[in-house]
Write a protein that binds this ligand. Structure first.
Ligand SMILES: Cc1cc2nc3c(=O)[nH]c(=O)nc-3n(C[C@H](O)[C@H](O)[C@H](O)COP(=O)(O)O)c2cc1C
Length: 377
């Protein structure tokens, strides 16, 4: 294929895989797409190890790294607060509610609780200073691109990447976000509609892609949100996208390290089984609807805190839930959830990630050929 994005990155297919699993990154890049490792939950050490492994597996094939520096952040705009400063801001009411929730669902105390990803580093999660450390580790492994979510990448991130010849992308959920990102100097935009898994806005992909494409031309745009098959790719490209960026569809692949109980829930879920909830990160993020999101949404329970307080509050509870969720019919199993988009309704069979790429391309070709035939008279 040939689009401004395949030319920018020298890939066969303009299919990007956002994933936290290094095996998915490698499988997608080897299949001709481009795997992007989500680094937010990685420690510095594990990021170093995973990127080195990816580099060794892929050689000269491109891959990317995704960081999160939010535009709005509770505590300190510069993200300069330490973890303990931020943790001290969590109200007792929220701690009590969470403790009570775990007791009501019989989630056992973890005596070997290790700090979760949000509380592992002395630097608070989702902060600019945290992402700076990760950026330097990423750049040392020569990624083809760095992507930032939840706001325009800071000027220092863009200039460091450009110094190293690395392209910078950013997610946008509205036309205004996309324009802000372009003014900050990004090389491409990911237009992510409300159907998406993870942090997401309220505008649907169908409306968002052409709005952003027109607003930022000639900067290339990847379509995202609810794209997991070839017909959806064809639609995104028809709307003006130069490629697609998928996150949910990899979660049920053979390579994904999704919790087995959650993977089963995803394989069974319909497209109506997700919701936007602030219960995991403090910002609206689409996830599987389970007892966890329902409990936080009840009118008599406290509102989730902002970012990064909510992930610091809930991170260890999530670990306890995931550890106990293996027991069928347990309270923990009912609570277990994860980020996923509405495309979950079509994710009905586990398959290798490279096969997902091939299936998307095959259906994309069928769809575009079928459309072209409609013009034959
Ligand atoms: C499990 C999960 C975690 C995500 N975490 C991030 C993240 O850390 N950074 C980011 O830029 N996007 C994140 N996203 C959003 C993806 O990058 C992508 O835009 C989105 O998944 C596209 O929509 P889809 O889920 O319908 O494929 C996440 C998505 C999922 C499903």
């Amino acid at each position: 294929m040939q689009t401004p994005i395949t030319e920018m990155f020298g890939v066969e297919f303009p299919i990007f895989a956002f994933t936290h699993c290094r095996d998915v990154v490698v499988a997608v890049s080897k299949a001709g797409g481009l795997g992007v490792l989500g680094a937010v939950a990685h420690s510095d050490e594990s990021l170093e190890v995973d990127l080195q492994w990816i580099k060794d597996e892929l050689g000269d094939r491109p891959f990317g790294v995704d960081l999160i520096v939010p535009a709005k952040y509770a505590g300190d705009q510069d993200g300069g607060l330490s973890l303990s400063d931020v943790a001290a801001m969590i109200p007792a009411e929220h701690q009590d509610f969470l403790q009570d929730l775990l007791e009501r669902y019989d989630v056992p105390q973890g005596d070997q609780d290790t700090p979760g990803w949000a509380t592992r580093s002395e630097t608070a999660p989702f902060s600019a200073s945290r992402a700076d450390q990760q950026l330097e580790i990423a750049l040392a492994h020569q990624p083809a691109l760095i992507v930032n979510a939840l706001g325009p990448p800071p000027a220092s991130m863009i200039s460091r990447c450009h110094q190293e010849g690395v392209k910078v992308g950013a997610l946008a959920g509205t036309k205004v976000h996309a324009e802000r990102n372009v003014n900050a100097g990004v090389d491409f935009i990911i237009a992510q509609g409300a159907e998406a898994g993870g942090h997401t806005g309220e505008i649907g992909t169908m409306v968002l892609i052409p709005e952003i494409v027109d607003a930022v031309a000639p900067i290339p745009v990847l379509g995202a949100g609810g794209i997991g098959r070839g017909r959806q790719m064809a639609a995104a490209m028809a709307l003006g996208a130069a490629g697609i960026w998928c996150g949910s569809v990899w979660l049920t692949t053979d390579e994904a390290e999704t919790h087995p109980v959650v993977k089963q829930k995803m394989l069974k879920a319909t497209s109506a089984d997700t919701e936007r909830s602030r219960s995991l990160t403090g910002k609206p993020a689409r996830m599987l609807s389970t007892a966890w999101s329902e409990e936080w949404a009840r009118p008599d329970t406290p509102d989730p805190l902002g970012m990064p307080l909510q992930p610091i509050l809930t991170n260890q509870a999530q670990q306890r839930i995931n550890r106990a969720a293996h027991h069928e019919g347990s309270g923990a199993e009912n609570l277990a959830t994860y980020f996923v988009g509405q495309i979950v309704g079509s994710m009905n069979k586990a398959k290798p990630a490279g096969q997902v790429v091939m299936d998307i391309i095959e259906e994309f070709i069928e769809a575009t050929e079928s459309l072209a035939r409609q013009l034959d008279v």
